[in-house]
Design a protein around this ligand. Structure first.
Ligand code: PBG
Length: 323
């Protein structure tokens, strides 16, 4: 049976009907807003390649978090711009490091927000790689202990979730063990399990001042051509104790989000990354795209693909538009 019995347009006739049959309902309740913490007080410096995104000192971060909370967004993820960098990323472990102080400030403000921390070395090393360098390459195993210590330091400062983004093998197990040994057995790990070596991170590297000073990240981040390998990465991270997993970037990898969410029954997060954001902003500023319409369409697509958590720089705008 088909036309004229079936007329799909019947259910598209009014907004009421369209709303009734809508399969994906985007809501601020699934957003996480990324924040860049820098030293000092009263600092709020816009990132030139990411209009509307700022590097901020802890006091300003708290103000921003207040707004995030009031918009019904349940979480933030923090990235640090430390005072000093060295080959081993020592400033990422300091009790009074930028991220640690920001977490404490947010905690003190008693906001109803989940504080997630990005666990990685690239923002803290002078060479800008996500692990320590040995013999000209990023050394996997010697990096694990630093990542575990960094996670513990974030946990002690009051983080609710740690999110390792370095792509070293075995880091979830190392972090889980370290947290468990220190009475943080209830602290969840959100692992960036399928993180691709992507050109879409370009603007972030300005925002987080984390561009590699030599070479690239191809020896640890995934090849954009692979999807079966993503399933393997996710399976390994879950075996090691990850509670939630992430696919990153989002828009060019909707198929990966879909495959992962079909195959694994854990919450799937997707990172709508800096380059995805900047493309939309640039086009909108030129009048080439309707920003609101395109942002909501993109975020809906990411959710439709299977992500239940979306990390996005559009979070505050989108939450306002969805109100
Ligand atoms: C690494 C990290 C990166 C992003 C999040 N965590 C950059 C990279 O791997 O080079 C990118 C996020 C974005 O582009 O918005 N710590």
């Amino acid at each position: 049976m088909s036309f004229p019995v079936h007329r799909p347009r019947r259910l598209r006739k009014t907004e009421l009907l369209r709303g009734l049959v809508r399969e994906t309902r985007l809501s601020a309740a699934s957003f996480v807003y990324p924040l860049f913490v820098c030293p000092g007080t009263n600092v709020r410096q816009e990132v030139s390649s990411m209009p509307g995104v700022f590097q901020q000192s802890a006091d300003k971060i708290v103000e921003d978090c207040r707004e995030v909370e009031s918009l019904g967004i349940p979480g933030v993820i923090l990235f640090g711009l430390p005072e000093t960098k060295d080959p081993r990323g020592a400033s990422s472990l300091q009790k009074d490091g930028v991220v640690q102080r920001a977490i404490e400030a947010i905690r003190k403000a008693k906001l109803n927000l989940a504080v997630i921390t990005d666990v990685c070395l690239c923002e803290y090393t002078d060479h800008g790689h996500c692990g320590v360098i040995e013999n000209g390459d990023v050394a996997n195993d010697p990096t694990l202990e630093i990542l575990a210590e960094q996670s513990l330091s974030h946990a002690r400062a009051g983080a609710d979730i740690v999110a390792p983004s370095d792509m070293m093998d075995g880091r979830v197990a190392a972090i889980r063990q370290k947290l468990d040994q220190n009475n943080f057995q209830d602290l969840p790990i959100l692992s960036y399990a399928a993180k691709y070596c992507s050109g879409f991170y370009g603007p972030f590297r300005e925002a987080a001042d984390s561009a590699p000073q030599f070479g690239d990240r191809r020896s640890y981040q995934m090849d954009p051509a692979n999807v079966r390998e993503a399933l393997k990465e996710v399976a390994l991270d879950l075996e090691e104790g990850a509670d939630m997993i992430m696919v990153k970037p989002a828009l060019p990898y909707l198929d990966v989000i879909h495959r992962v969410s079909e195959e694994f029954h854990v919450p799937v997060a997707a990172y709508n990354v800096s380059g995805e954001y900047s493309m939309v902003k640039a086009a909108a500023q030129n009048g080439w795209l309707d920003e609101k319409r395109v942002v909501l369409e993109i975020l809906t697509s990411i959710q439709r693909a299977g992500a239940s958590i979306i990390l996005t720089y559009h979070a505050k705008d989108a939450a306002r538009w969805l109100k």
